[in-house]
Design a protein around this ligand. Structure first.
Ligand SMILES: [Zn+2]
Ligand SMILES: [Zn+2]
Ligand SMILES: [Zn+2]
Length: 292
């Protein structure tokens, strides 16, 4: 007999829109979008080196499976009003936007200021030109400090402007916030010793780059359709969840479906997914879905 917890999980899973596979173009993505809740497109699911890694000839780096080809970690969110929010600007942002024909972004939300999450910041110039406005950029104070240090030229009124610099409006995150139809609840997770942000949007939560989720945050992850969680590799790591650690936490959170992200080349997609519990799988670049 199924427990009430298992029945609740099955009900949440049933609410999740069926995956529509790899979206090559944003037009395909828009057509697949539900007109409720949040639509999610994975722009990158790899760790900081990406997969394949430079100079590696391992079986995953040489794999023909497109799901083993991972750009740096980022997602694109779209609300039912069409508002489009980019989570992190990776070093692969230009390639990600070209791949999916992304020509409009309403705002950028940052999880933290590590290089693999911010080094595409300069690409925001194109969105400035296309939209003729500054880009709202949301982050916690430490992340906004990190952006200003790393991209000092973009914030120095005396810096030479040849070629243009990203025009942004920095918005410090100090609690829940709303962008169009998308309501964000920031969640504290720990990435080594450092607190970084995850986000809950409706019944979707994105927790990349973490190796500890405090109980206060777990308590805010009830009744999720979809959880996205960091899972770097099999071996333990000082700042990222291993796959076993991530599976254990995902089981406790009990989302309808869990996708793992930020994987390194140790985790081949097909082999790894075959050994995961029901309702859990690795995400892959181009994966898209909608949830309430
Ligand atoms: Zn490799
Ligand atoms: Zn990081
Ligand atoms: Zn990272």
């Amino acid at each position: 007999m199924r427990t009430s917890r298992a029945m609740a999980r099955a009900a949440r899973a049933a609410r999740v829109c069926v995956e529509t596979g790899m979206a090559k173009k944003v037009t395909e993505w828009k057509n697949a979008c539900n007109l409720v809740g949040v639509n999610v497109l994975f722009l990158g699911t790899g760790t900081s080196h990406g997969v394949p890694m430079i100079g590696c000839s391992c079986i995953v780096c040489r794999s023909d499976d497109p799901r083993d080809n991972r750009l740096r970690p980022s997602i694109l969110l779209r609300g039912d009003d069409g508002v489009t929010v980019l989570v992190d600007t990776t070093p692969d942002l230009r390639q990600q936007c070209l791949r999916h024909e992304i020509a409009h972004v309403d705002a950028v939300v940052y999880t933290h200021a590590h290089a693999d999450h911010i080094l595409g910041f300069d690409e925001l110039r194109r969105f400035n030109i296309l939209s003729k406005r500054a880009m709202p950029v949301y982050g916690d104070p430490a992340t906004l400090d990190g952006l200003q240090r790393t991209f000092g030229y973009a914030f120095d009124p005396d810096a030479p402007r040849g070629g243009g610099v990203p025009q942004t409006t920095l918005v410090p995150i100090d609690g829940p916030f709303v962008i169009g139809a998308l309501s964000f609840r920031p969640l504290t997770v720990y990435h080594g010793g450092a607190p970084v942000l995850g986000f809950r949007i409706g019944r979707f939560a994105y927790l990349t780059d973490c190796n500890r989720v405090p109980d206060e945050t777990v308590s805010q992850l009830d009744d999720l359709d979809v959880l996205v969680l960091d899972a770097l590799r099999h071996r333990p790591h000082p700042t990222h969840f291993s796959l076993n650690e991530a599976v254990e936490l995902a089981g406790r959170i009990g989302a309808g479906r869990t996708y793992f992200t930020h994987m390194c080349h140790d985790l081949g997609h097909a082999v790894t997914c075959a050994a995961l519990p029901a309702g859990m799988t690795l995400a892959y670049d181009g994966l898209q879905f909608a949830c309430s």
